[in-house]
Design a binder for this molecule. Sequence first.
Ligand code: ADP
Length: 184
Amino acid sequence: MGPPGAGKGTQAQVVADRFEIPAISTGDIFRSNVSLGTELGVEAKRYMDAGEYVPDSVTNLMVRHRIDEPDAEKGFLLDGYPRTLAQVDELDGMIKHTGHRLDAVVVLTVDPDELVRRLTARAQSEGRSDDTEDVIRRRQEVYTEQTEPLIEVYRDRGILIEIDGMGDMAEVSQRIFDALGSGG
Ligand code: ADP
């Protein structure tokens, strides 16, 4: 977890590689559907371009199917899911059915100024259609309103790991590995 620009996608890939499990990024799945022009992509794009969350019903079903794929049998890392309280419940139900359990929830914390700086830089290099100033602001708001409350839920369950997301990518990865007890 972490606000837009916290480095979730980057770190998710590094951690998943270390644990030899797939990194499942809902944002990436939506974006690939958008480029393929699928029905899901057309639906998702409307929300993404406005900085809003795609409706839970759409997102939940997509994740449910993805974690049923054979490569996720031995475990998986979710990047960008759950993002709402309803998605938390849904995920609990899904993993009860697959026999998995949630080992840890990693939240990356980054100063607000640094978030804006990173997203502006990404807008120039990658040209993501949701990295414009207004949309960036809206995504931050939506995160605060809908996703930040999840931090308390996972803290209460005793599985929350808070990581300082400032500094270079390798340093942040090392902090995550140390916290997850996977050495260096
Ligand atoms: P970021 O966190 O940097 O905004 P993501 O790539 O994780 O970027 O997500 C991009 C967009 O995809 C979100 O703004 C939202 O519209 C949609 N999305 C991703 N994950 C979810 C989710 N779990 N629930 C609803 N919408 C989602």
